[in-house]
Structure formats: structure tokens, C-alpha cells
Ligand binder design. Structure first.
Ligand code: APR
Ligand code: PHB
Length: 389
């Protein structure tokens, strides 16, 4: 079988790229290891930058997002009871949209169905062959049958644990990594959000985040040691911890209830360079991971797709390879800035086990500076709402 672009992975990166390419008349096939139900059921972050919203519109999946997404003109950073509002709208003229990645994925799948795109689920043993030649091909097993697609290009959209990155020979790539000594315990509950805007809380009891999906669905996180298991955390223990981290004005009126999802995710910063090897391109989590503190994971995947999509259209439809040649450099320039922001937010807001007494004072001073300096708040706002493409 033949296609123009073989896309490995049917998460947000792969689906968005496939949707945009199909709309532009490029033939693609998406090869996804898991079932559709599994991919659609994953709970991930939920803050979309303006550029992400524009790209989703361009892909034809902006309608439900416009109807159901919640526009946020600001967020709060807190230090015990000090609440600092970052007014995105006033500082940057822009806002973000709170809309779960789970919904983005569902919208993309529906759009792919409507457009008749080929998305193959439950495929195993994907192998990318001859990516450094003019005639790459991918092989995989589906329903017990080994199959093959010849293609012009391969997009590696298969996340951190996928096969694409490691298809690039080890001596041709370089990894940069920081692993943080804590994870986030996340809880979803059918309760009204603690606040109408997100709260990123630094406190003497550690970090917490109060987020939301809609007016009766809240998403909360607290930092936990990496050794903790979900089973260690009853709902009561979680709510107690969360309340200890949030400002009293918020925790005293917060509505709690049974959790409907609870999971622990480790925090990591990771970049693999370059993003291209011959005709193989890495996109999204396959190439980089950010800690969730800056809400950049999905947004970065979308900016990668933006650069690659343009490059692929130019080369496939106009014979102009300049876009794919520049892809790695252009995407990485933006990735590293988002890496810096996510690392800075993480460092500013979390307790590090075994840290000295100086570290907590630095966090306090950073938040005090944010509360007093519009310049400091503007810098944070510019990064949070998303740097230009
Ligand atoms: N073969 C086929 N599919 C694979 C393989 C493989 N060997 N390995 C992984 N996959 C699939 C996964 O099952 C998953 O559905 O690739 C997909 C990758 O999706 P994500 O991990 O969601 O990565 P990506 O699409 O780049 O999304 C960007 O932003 O906030 C982050 O982690 C968040 O998923 C989000 C990401
Ligand atoms: C979420 O709502 O899940 C969420 C929001 C903001 C973040 C991370 C996660 O920074």
C-alpha cells in the first residue's frame, strides 16, 4: 500500500497533522497502537493558547471548542495566603481557553471520521524503515497480519515511549533531560471549581493546582513524592492536602466530593535534538516533554504541527523543501523557550525534597516580586498565553 505521509501515533499531534494534511488534499495514514476508546479516555491538561485555538479552527474542529471552552483572562499564583493575579488580557491583549485535551482528541477523531481519513487502531510492532533514503516505508501488524505502507515522509507523533525517536541512530541525536524529584497527584471531581480562574499555589505544604473542565467538573493536583502510589491517597487525604496548600479564602469555601479519576504523573523536562532524520520528523511528546506546570505540553505539540504541516504542504505540492529543511530549527527555537518557562514555573512553585532553607525564601521572593512588578507579571503572561509561532 502507498500513502504520502505515514503518521505514527494517534494522539493530538498525529490526529491534528493528519486532519490538516487531509484537508489540504494530502494522503495520510495514522498508525495507533492503542484502541480508540483508550486514546479518547486519557485525561490530560486543559489550557489552550490562542495559537492552538487558531490551529484547531484551521483544522475544522473549532466549533465545540468555541461553544464549550471557557475563556480565561487571567490566573492566580499564590504563596500561602498571598494571591497574585496575572491579568493576561490587560498585559498581553490575549486570553487562554480552558478545554480538556480529552475533548480536543474526541473532536479530532470525529473530524477524521467525517473527512474519511485512515486511522488504524490496535496496530503493533511498528517499524520505520529507510527513513534516511528517498523511499521510506513503515511496517506494522494489524489483526495478526503484517502490512506495509510505502510513503514519502514519516511523522513520528508517537509520544515519549514511541518508536520514532529511537529509529534515529543514537549517534545522530542528543538528549537533554531534567527529572524532578516529585510527581503530581491529579483528581477529577464533579464539583464546582474552587475559583473561577486557575490557581497555581506555592505553600509551606508544597505545590497545588486548582483547575477545571466546566462549571461542575474540577481538576486538582498536589505534588507528591515519586514513591507514593494512588492507593496511598484516599479522597479525604487528598482534599486535606489540597486545602493545606491553597489560600484560606479559597480552601474555606471549596466544595469537595468523590473523585472520578485519580492518577499520579512524574514531572520531567526532556528534549531530543534534532527533530529530523532524513524523511522522518519528530512531533510533540515524541521529541520533548515539559512538566505540566506551564500547561505547555499540548500547545507545543500544536506549534510543531504548524511548522511541519506547512513544510510538508510546500514540499509535496510545490516541490519547495525549505519548510521541511527548516522544521527542526524553527520548532526547537520555540520548544526551548517553552522548556525554560515550564522549568521556571516548576522551580518557582514546588518544594524540592532535601532543599536548603534558602530555596523556600527564593520562591517567596519571586512571588513577592510578581505581586509588585507589572513587568514581572507581563513576562509571565506573555509566556503563559503562548509565544508567537
Ligand atoms: N506505535 C503506534 N502508536 C504508538 C506507539 C507505537 N510504537 N507508541 C505510542 N503510540 C501512540 C500512543 O498510544 C499515543 O496515542 O502515540 C500516541 C502519542 O500520543 P501522546 O502521548 O498524547 O503525544 P502527542 O500526540 O505528541 O500529544 C502531545 O501534549 O500535554 C502533552 O502529554 C500530553 O499527549 C499530550 C501531548
Ligand atoms: C489541567 O487542567 O489539567 C491543567 C491545567 C493547567 C496546567 C496543568 C494541568 O498547568
Amino acid at each position: 500500500m502507498k500513502t504520502q505521509v505515514a503518521i505514527i501515533g494517534g494522539g493530538p499531534s498525529g490526529l491534528l497533522l493528519s486532519q490538516l494534511l487531509n484537508k489540504a488534499g494530502v494522503a495520510t495514514v495514522v498508525l495507533e497502537r492503542s484502541s480508540r476508546a483508550h486514546v479518547e479516555g486519557r485525561i490530560r491538561a486543559g489550557v489552550l493558547e490562542t495559537g492552538t485555538v487558531q490551529m484547531l479552527h484551521e483544522a475544522g474542529v473549532g466549533d465545540r471548542l468555541d461553544r464549550e471552552g471557557i475563556r480565561h483572562g487571567g490566573c492566580y499564583l499564590t504563596d500561602d495566603d498571598l494571591m497574585v493575579r496575572i491579568n493576561f488580557k490587560e498585559l498581553t491583549g490575549k486570553q487562554v481557553v480552558v478545554y480538556g485535551q480529552t475533548e480536543v482528541t474526541a473532536d479530532l477523531y470525529n473530524a477524521q471520521d467525517a473527512i474519511g481519513a485512515t486511522v488504524l487502531h490496535d496496530v503493533s510492532d511498528v517499524v520505520i524503515n529507510d527513513a534516511d533514503s528517498d523511499a521510506p516505508y513503515v511496517e506494522f501488524t494489524k489483526d495478526g497480519v503484517r502490512q506495509r505502507f510505502d510513503c514519502s515522509y514519516v511523522a513520528g507523533c508517537d509520544g515519549f515511549h514511541g518508536v520514532s525517536r529511537t529509529t534515529i541512530p543514537e549517534e545522530k541525536r542528543r538528549a537533554f533531560e531534567r527529572v524532578y524529584p516529585f510527581g503530581w497527584l491529579g483528581v477529577l471531581s464533579r464539583t464546582p471549581p474552587a475559583n473561577h480562574e486557575l490557581i497555581y499555589a506555592n505553600s509551606g505544604n508544597g505545590f497545588a493546582l486548582a483547575s477545571m473542565r466546566n462549571e461542575n467538573l474540577s481538576r486538582y493536583y498536589v505534588q507528591v513524592p515519586l514513591t507514593d502510589k494512588v492507593e496511598d491517597w484516599s479522597d479525604d487525604r487528598f482534599w486535606d492536602k489540597l486545602k493545606q496548600c491553597l489560600p484560606y479564602d479559597i480552601s474555606s469555601s471549596m466544595v469537595t466530593g468523590p473523585s472520578i479519576e485519580k492518577s499520579i504523573a512524574p514531572l520531567r523536562s526532556f528534549v531530543s535534538e534534532p527533530l529530523r532524520w532524513g524523511r522522518l520528523f519528530l512531533v510533540g511528546d515524541a521529541a520533548h516533554i515539559v512538566p505540566p506546570t506551564g500547561a505547555k505540553g499540548l500547545n507545543l505539540a500544536v506549534s510543531d504541527v504548524f511548522y511541519l504541516y506547512q513544510g510538508l504542504i510546500d514540499v509535496l505540492q510545490k516541490g519547495d523543501a525549505s519548510g521541511i529543511d527548516a522544521y527542526s530549527e524553527r520548532a526547537l527555537a520555540r520548544i526551548w523557550k517553552a522548556m525554560r518557562f515550564s522549568w521556571q514555573m516548576t522551580t518557582m512553585l514546588h518544594q524540592f525534597e532535601g532543599e536548603d532553607s534558602f530555596a523556600a525564601q527564593m520562591r517567596k521572593a519571586t512571588l513577592a516580586q510578581l505581586s509588585q512588578s507589572e513587568t514581572a507579571r507581563r513576562e509571565l503572561a506573555e509566556n503563559y498565553i503562548g509565544l508567537p509561532y
